[in-house]
Design a protein around this ligand. Sequence first.
Ligand SMILES: Nc1ncnc2c1ncn2[C@@H]1O[C@H](COP(=O)(O)OP(=O)(O)OP(=O)(O)O)[C@@H](O)[C@H]1O
Length: 316
Amino acid sequence: MLQLIDISFAFAKAETLKNISLDIIQGTHVAVIGESGCGKSTLLDITYGLLQAKKGQILWDDEELTGPDHHLVPGHPMMKYVPQEFDLMPFTSVFENVGEHLSLQKDDRVSRILELLDVVDMSDLKDRKVKTLSGGQKQRVAIAKALAQEPQLLLLDEPFSHIDNFRKNALRRKLFDYLTVNNISCLVATHDRDDVLSFCDKTVIMQEGAIIDYRTTAQVYEKPLSVYTASLFDEVNLIPKEWLNSEKDLILYPHQLKISETGFKVDVQQSFFQGADFLIVAQKDGKQVFFKSKQAISNEKQLFLNVFPENLALRN
Ligand SMILES: Nc1ncnc2c1ncn2[C@@H]1O[C@H](COP(=O)(O)OP(=O)(O)OP(=O)(O)O)[C@@H](O)[C@H]1O
């Protein structure tokens, strides 16, 4: 188990990380999300031992991990990190990059590298020199290289940011399956809600260097504590309690508002095609309201919206 206990860190005067405490039980996949600059990469850097915490402790199975003030080479054997700028050997093949630190017998080494190249779908390019690869292909090699030494904890910073949607979904499924089967924990900083919702058991919400929520992904998404949290997943509505006679103001995603006979009246402003449906932007009392519709709706049309499903107003 990884434990971060009351970690603080500052690049300059202002604190970049403030009193961060976090437990990751072995085998759990944890997403770290938050607005740009809130400290996600810094949190991964500190965990890996690239930066020295000003205060606090990092424990691995109750043993303290010391930072760069205490050893020359950063990192710890049971932990591997794929940062945003990945560290590969450009003039060497994909195959040799993945196997760089592997000290296995020849046959085992080859089969291990081939297994990992399959996980990241790079088997066909195994003999290519890394410098000839695209950004997304390099990113996949970096992930395979990190997995090669069988870490117990994998730290990923925006791991699929260079990878096209077509490959991303298949890669994510294969990678997270591999982590689950091998009981590898994962801490992943991301801006992509699909990484979080489909693949992470728990989610950390960061704001201005602090953790403001850490619950199961389903809880964080379904019962967001603030508009800030909800806005990391989707467009968000804060519906004042007077509009629907609810007990309190409601935080609602667009799909949780439906056109109805009752509810509150809005003026439609714009429809945006999103593939399966349309995102409709409407207005009430000078406030923008977002909801979903199967069809586009003509501008300036007036209609009523209500909560969907109806019992959501009670749960919110
Ligand atoms: N080397 C550095 N020197 C000084 N300040 C830094 C340095 N690296 C990051 N910062 C600052 O620390 C804060 C946190 O940065 P960090 O990269 O951790 O954010 P992030 O949440 O990962 O952002 P993003 O989502 O854009 O990658 C930011 O205000 C950033 O400007």
